[in-house]
Ligand binder design. Structure first.
Ligand code: CA
Ligand code: CA
Ligand code: CA
Ligand code: CA
Length: 360
């Protein structure tokens, strides 16, 4: 899809169980996008480069019973839920929700349900504005997990998070540096808070020290949120798709982080397969699975085979003398997700081969 109006058109012609995929780009839908059936709306390239912009004129998403995955939702405006209004059986994940405004509740997101099956997961919710609940507000019940809710403002109370009635599960979230005349970060006494980083302290395993976030909401080295989260069934990756849990403090024990991004320690080998986490992430292998690492799978003379993933460049290199060193590039190919076969056309001299993989 390339044209903004096509997002709603594609949703309208989809049927239950479909996935509507949106290419990278900035879209100005011109009106609220409505999804009122069980489909998934997902970006192909992630929230960083796939933007829905309301230009300060309308809400971006009204969702009922559907999944939204991987968008930046910004500059929305509405009476409640400036960026997103979601109802039961909705899942919002891997989104960046920013610069949305409401004169009511929930500057970024409002959750509106009587039963606990709205989930907001791995989202960065920052710089939103409301009268109550600058970042997120909820009526009823929902789960908010591994989100960063920071730098939001409310003009009345609850700058970050506000639960109006009912009970919310809040876990592995950072609720920090929000502002309001009353209750800067959160208000919602009947909710269950587990492994949250906020002040004042609340629930179990609360972290009240500065989470040490960078401008994008990532954890900086030394953050008290690294390896301080609880493990949540089915939550096995972060906002960018980096697998969880990783051993962020390199103490030999992998544990999920609090927040939307899993911290990658430059020295850690979380799964013990002898390939460090940053190298596995570059190669596109799973740093939480010791049976998965990048390697050549077959060789026949000067031809070698190996699996590939998207957005990587694979270069076949050769050396004729391992003692004296000197590797030189033979040929390369961009990953497709399928197995790649590369051949050294010079079959005259005996050679050693290796494959270099880098982000492309
Ligand atoms: Ca650890
Ligand atoms: Ca971790
Ligand atoms: Ca490893
Ligand atoms: Ca691995």
């Amino acid at each position: 899809m390339t044209a903004a109006t096509n997002v709603q058109d594609a949703i309208d012609v989809s049927v239950e169980g479909d996935t509507v995929r949106v290419d990278a780009g900035t879209y100005y839908p011109g009106a609220e996008i409505r999804i009122e059936k069980s489909i998934t709306l997902e970006s192909m390239r992630g929230a960083g480069i796939t933007v829905l912009d309301g230009q300060g004129e309308h809400r971006l998403l009204y969702i009922f019973g559907s999944t939204v995955d991987g968008f930046t939702i910004r500059n929305g405006f509405a009476d409640n839920g400036g960026g997103i209004r979601c109802f039961e059986r909705s899942l919002v994940k891997n989104c960046i929700v920013s610069f949305n405004t409401t004169e009511g509740s929930g500057g970024g997101i409002v959750c509106d349900t009587d039963d606990e099956n709205i989930t907001v997961r791995n989202c960065i919710i920052v710089d939103n504005l409301a009268e109550r609940g600058g970042g997120l507000a909820g009526f009823g019940e929902a789960t908010v997990e591994n989100c960063v809710i920071a730098e939001n403002t409310a003009t009345s109370f609850a700058g970050g998070l506000y639960f109006i009635f009912g009970s919310f599960n809040v876990r592995n979230c950072i609720i920090w540096n929000n502002t309001a005349p009353e209750y800067d970060n959160w208000r919602g006494s009947s909710s269950i808070f587990l492994n949250v980083c906020t002040i004042p302290t609340v629930g179990e395993n609360c972290v009240t020290n500065d989470p040490m976030l960078d401008a994008e909401g990532r954890l900086l080295a030394g953050s008290p949120c690294i390896d301080a989260g609880m493990e949540i069934a089915g939550l096995t990756s972060d906002i960018e798709g980096t697998p969880r849990p990783l051993d962020g403090d390199a103490d030999g024990i992998a544990q999920s982080d609090i927040g939307a991004y899993e911290f990658v320690n430059p020295l850690a080998d979380s799964d013990g397969d002898s390939v460090i986490d940053p190298s596995e992430i570059v190669a596109g292998t799973d740093p939480t699975n010791s049976n998965d690492w990048f390697h050549i799978t077959a060789q026949d003379g000067s031809t070698i085979w190996f699996p590939s993933v998207l957005d990587r460049l694979y270069t076949l290199e050769a050396s004729t003398n391992l003692v004296l060193g000197g590797w030189y590039g033979i040929t390369n190919q961009v990953g497709s997700g399928a197995e790649i076969q590369l051949t050294d056309p010079n079959t005259n001299a005996a050679a050693f081969y290796r494959v270099r993989v880098e982000l492309f």
